[in-house]
Ligand binder design. Structure first.
Ligand code: ADP
Ligand code: MG
Length: 671
């Protein structure tokens, strides 16, 4: 694990706080009294500047989001639902918080005449300080990433808003002014706060008296967004985007001046329903809610485990990699519930690191309600659920691969490099992981198409005993590697790898279906039954005839190489550098060195193609200096072909130029 941490700088396990609150963030500007406002005693109206990132974000919301404007409603209802979840959670320790008003819920009120929409919840609420921190800054790291991820594509922007935890600010897509009134659960009526902003770089807060706990967010709609004050429109949107959040969302009954409210969503935690009662569309919508993603998932798996251990899981495979997939602090893990009570987001203990792309929910009947992240790390119950969910997730992928190859190809493109880590991290599940792997291959014309190990084994030649692969800087470079010339000529398939983790991953695979893996750039090619008697005879003759040449080259190169020998890999190229079976490759060595881990340089073997015209030309050089210079050139070129940078590029160029000049010069006239 440590080696991987160093190499990839993967997300650290644990360390996320339970609630992604923002209370620790300082507002960017010191609060000041608003001079324009006569400050009543006790109300303490103050104006604050938004954090710079928020200002930038607001600009984006206001000026460039025209499609999918309705996402604001999903985000605000999602916040209201989170607030209810958090209160229910807090009430486990302190029942009094819930006592006066025990039924948690959300209300949406629209006033078409005034052009306003209000989303009200009786959840946890905010204190004045919390309102300043939570609605004035962005806590999560990665905001810069957010802006970088925006490619001017609006659809993508709206997709990213939820993921980056900037949902509240989406109110300004449709509102010219937003008012928030909030009172924290457990605080007295006088501890209410009123927050307001017109997104002009500032917001104001003042203390007010509020009769009940919870939060009300009122949007004063822009002229061109008045459609969102239409109750009919709002109902449709709630059913579409918020049907399966765990709390009822109520609206006034239809009809003029009706004061009665009715529930407009299903308000049942989706995962608790039997599979037969849930439609695909509902599964998709629920995914968008849990994953904060605007796109559809590729697949899902919904299961209930009963018996000694009881839990429900709903796992999704997203269709696109989130921006923070490779970030150490990136959000990952499942939403954890215990007996329907929300406990935490991003519970990463329920899946291994290599399945960190999986989104969804796990609801355990056995864990204690007061479970914390620390406890999760040691709980044997969690360990058991984790191994169950790991198998479910791998099964889900296997099913996707079999039933929907097109979607599986998308999955592999987005998450293959992550799943691959499982080869090194999870030996126990090798049998399930290896069949899921995809590789570029010499059997495919283009670098983007991939094959499975089953495909490879099915195409193996009679007498072939190894699964050959080569790792290079790019798939194109792997395809052109001199080390596989002979294999390609013989029609033997070679897997082509180019991810920076590939050397590390492949180091953990022994065999697939009894066939051992063989890296074509290391040691002996182990051609086994693929070599004919004629090959062997040719090799013996070459060996006898080239002994002197090999020794001369070795003497010329000295300590740069451990050995010079005849190659059985080459066809078109004059020479190739080959590593020992357990040597650390040059790119890997550089990666480790960058991470502060010093590994000695491996001394390669230089293999030469004795039939190559350049080698014959070399053999004919009697002059020792000329011979040495040419040998060095061969060596440098062999390294270059493998992506090893030249130690001294100008010297290489001069050597090459001297050779070219010699070759271009007319033969000296006889004297
Ligand atoms: P996220 O929900 O991902 O944290 P948001 O921008 O949607 O990001 O919300 C910012 C923060 O504001 C929330 O984390 C929460 O602390 C606070 N907040 C927003 N809406 C409410 C609400 N209705 N009740 C209580 N707190 C809220
Ligand atoms: Mg939110």
């Amino acid at each position: 694990m440590a080696e991987l941490e160093i190499l990839l700088q993967l997300p650290k396990i644990g360390g996320n706080s339970q609630v992604r609150g923002r209370i620790s963030m300082e507002p960017s500007k010191e609060p000041r009294d608003d001079p324009g406002q006569a400050s009543e005693p006790g109300t303490q109206r103050q104006t604050h500047g938004f954090q710079a990132e928020v200002r930038q974000l607001l600009k984006l919301m206001i000026h460039s989001l025209y499609s999918h404007r309705e996402i604001f409603l999903r985000e605000l209802i999602s916040n209201a639902s989170d607030a209810c979840d958090r209160l229910r959670f807090a009430a486990i320790a302190n029942g009094a918080l819930l006592a006066e008003d025990p039924e948690l819920g959300i209300r949406v009120d629209a006033d078409p005449t005034a052009g306003t929409v209000t989303i009200t919840d009786n959840g946890i609420g905010m204190t004045r300080e919390e309102a300043i921190a939570n609605l004035g800054t962005i806590a999560r790291s990665g905001t810069a990433e957010f802006f970088r991820s925006l490619s001017g594509d609006e659809q993508q922007a709206s997709r990213l808003i939820g993921q980056f935890g900037v949902g509240f600010y989406s109110a300004f897509i449709v509102a010219e002014r937003v008012e928030v009134r909030s009172r924290k659960a457990g605080e007295p009526a006088a501890a209410g706060v009123r927050w307001e902003s017109a997104a002009d770089g500032e917001f104001s807060v003042e203390s007010i008296t509020l009769p009940a706990r919870g939060t009300a967010v009122t949007l004063h709609l822009k002229a061109d967004a008045r459609e969102f004050a239409d109750p009919f429109r709002l109902r449709g949107l709630i059913r579409r985007y918020s049907d399966h959040i765990g709390f009822p969302v109520r609206m006034r009954k239809e009809g003029e001046a009706s004061l009665e409210y009715e529930v407009v969503n299903q308000a049942k935690a989706l995962w608790t329903l039997p599979r037969s009662e849930i439609g695909d569309e509902e599964y998709r919508q629920f995914y968008q809610y849990v994953a904060h993603d605007f796109t559809d998932p590729l697949a899902w798996s919904h299961n209930k485990v009963e018996g000694k251990r009881e839990y429900i899981s709903l796992l999704y495979v997203p269709g696109r990699a989130p921006f923070d997939l490779w970030q150490r602090e990136g959000a990952r893990g499942l939403k954890l519930y215990v007996r329907r009570v929300f406990i935490m987001d991003d519970a990463e203990q329920f899946l291994p690191l290599y399945l960190r792309f999986i989104k969804g929910v796990v609801d355990s009947s056995d864990l204690p309600l007061n479970v914390s992240r620390e406890l999760l790390q040691q709980d044997p119950e969690v360990e058991a659920i984790r191994s169950g969910l790991t198998r479910r997730a791998l099964d889900l992928l296997a099913r996707l691969m079999k039933e929907e190859p097109q979607k599986y190809a998308t999955f592999w493109k987005e998450f293959g490099a992550v799943l691959k880590e499982g080869v090194a991290q999870d030996h126990a599940n090798h049998a399930a992981i290896l069949p899921l792997l995809r590789f570029a291959s010499t059997a495919q014309q283009d670098d983007a198409s991939t094959v499975s190990l089953a495909d490879y084994v099915g195409r193996m030649k009679p007498g072939q005993e190894r699964i050959y692969y080569v790792i290079a800087e790019s798939i194109a470079a792997a395809r052109g590697s001199p080390a596989i010339e002979r294999l390609k000529e013989a029609g033997i398939e070679v897997l082509l790898l180019a991810d920076r983790i590939d050397e590390w991953v492949m180091g953990h695979i022994e065999s697939y279906e009894g066939k051992r893996f063989k890296e074509a750039t290391r040691g002996d090619l182990e051609l086994g039954g693929l070599t004919s008697d004629a090959d062997r005879r040719q090799r013996d003759t070459d060996l006898k005839e080239s002994k002197g040449l090999l020794k001369r080259i070795k003497d010329a190169l000295g300590e740069r190489v451990s050995e010079v020998r005849i190659s059985e890999r080459l066809r078109e190229s004059p020479a190739v550098l080959v590593l020992g079976e357990h040597d650390v490759s040059e790119p890997m060595r550089r990666l480790l060195a960058a991470a502060g881990q010093q590994v000695p340089e491996a001394k390669p073997v230089l293999e030469v193609n004795v039939g190559h015209p350049l080698v014959k030309y070399l053999e004919a050089r009697a002059d020792a200096a000329e011979f040495g210079e040419l040998s060095q050139l061969l060596y440098d070129q062999a390294g270059l072909a493998e992506g090893v940078p030249l130690g001294n590029a100008p010297e290489y160029v001069q050597r090459l130029n001297r050779l070219l000049v010699r070759l271009a010069a007319p033969p000296a006239a006889p004297t």
